[in-house]
Write a new protein. Sequence first.
Length: 404
Amino acid sequence: MSPSPEHLHIVQAAARLERVRYAIRDMAVLAEQLAREGKTILPLNIGDPLSFDFRTPPHLIAAVEKAMRDGYNGYAPSLGIPEAVEAIHAEAARKKIRNIQSVFLTAGVSEALDICLTALVNAGENVLTPCPDYPLYSAVLAKLGAEPNSYLLDEANDWQPDLQDIARKINSGTRAIVVSNPNNPTGAVYSHQTLERIAEMARRNNLVIFADEIYDKLVLEGAPPTSLAALAPDVPVVTFNGLSKSYLVPGWRVGWGVVSGEAAAVKPYIEGIHQLLRARLCSNHPQQFAVRPALEGPQDHLAEVRGKLRSRRDLTVRACRMTPHMSCVAPRGAFYAFPRVDLPDSDEQFVKKLLVEKHVLLVHGTGFGQAPGTKHVRIVFLADEETLTRAYEALRAFITEHYV
Ligand code: PLP
């Protein structure tokens, strides 16, 4: 029997969650409702290549299947299995990262960044996060009771970090800076000079750098980006990477962190990270057996992935530029575009109305943060060209019908 309303004790969520935003999944709730009503949604919202025409390289599946059959179904070592740790170490060395002090595997970069922020930041301190950002960083920082502190990415300068803004925002409580390159949500790839300047600011101000390089094999033109840690062997850097995006297995939850810097300087911090890694036992065990074959085996799928992404990116940029009230800096990496929309509605209202009326699912820019007075949407251009074309035609029709 249900209790009467006056006897019902409502279980409130913690107040700290008020600062947690995860618009990517939040907007999906409305889309699911429409899908239940029989509407076909054009999903340009979630960065999962496996939801589209990308398939996991079969040799990775074979490696995990073999590991399961060979009985690697118990707990793994807390830092990860030796062959995966060695392969990640070797890959970091190929990227010219020196002074490597720790390598560990986690349940995706998501867990790595949670653990590494938790091991560093005290309540009331702050970490510089980009604006716009990948929202998990600010969500974890909110959970830790850190003060928000974000630096602007400059749309007028191809979404490169605004170095003057970074300099202005560093204060006595600043412990670290997050640098996501290639970037989610803008698709920007940072110049060598920008990375050197960030490294220099971190060096002068005793900041740890969190270099999130999960899209570094998905650069769509030019040379692969330089690892920030390679430019600053003396600075404490945690470089994040994983199999989710480049190796097309986001559901396996395989990520890692590589800590570099002066051994004596990072020792207590690494002990803190290891303590948290031990407390959560281990990350997925059989999936770790895919790491060596991924990093050292055939890389053929990457050329195909980048080829598809290049034409989908070009289609996206062309469509945005042909749409009234919309402008778009061309992304150079990853699979995201962050076009600007100049409309009387808020970006959230716009995205909701577009979803309800035309069934095109984007994410509003406020979900990532954006410079005051600007409005954006994030587009994930993983879908095939026919789907993208339909979505962009619907988007253009919607804007023309409502705002022109
Ligand atoms: N970092 C960035 C910049 C991302 O875009 C994502 C996922 O979209 C992640 C981390 C999380 O990756 P993982 O699947 O390894 O947890």
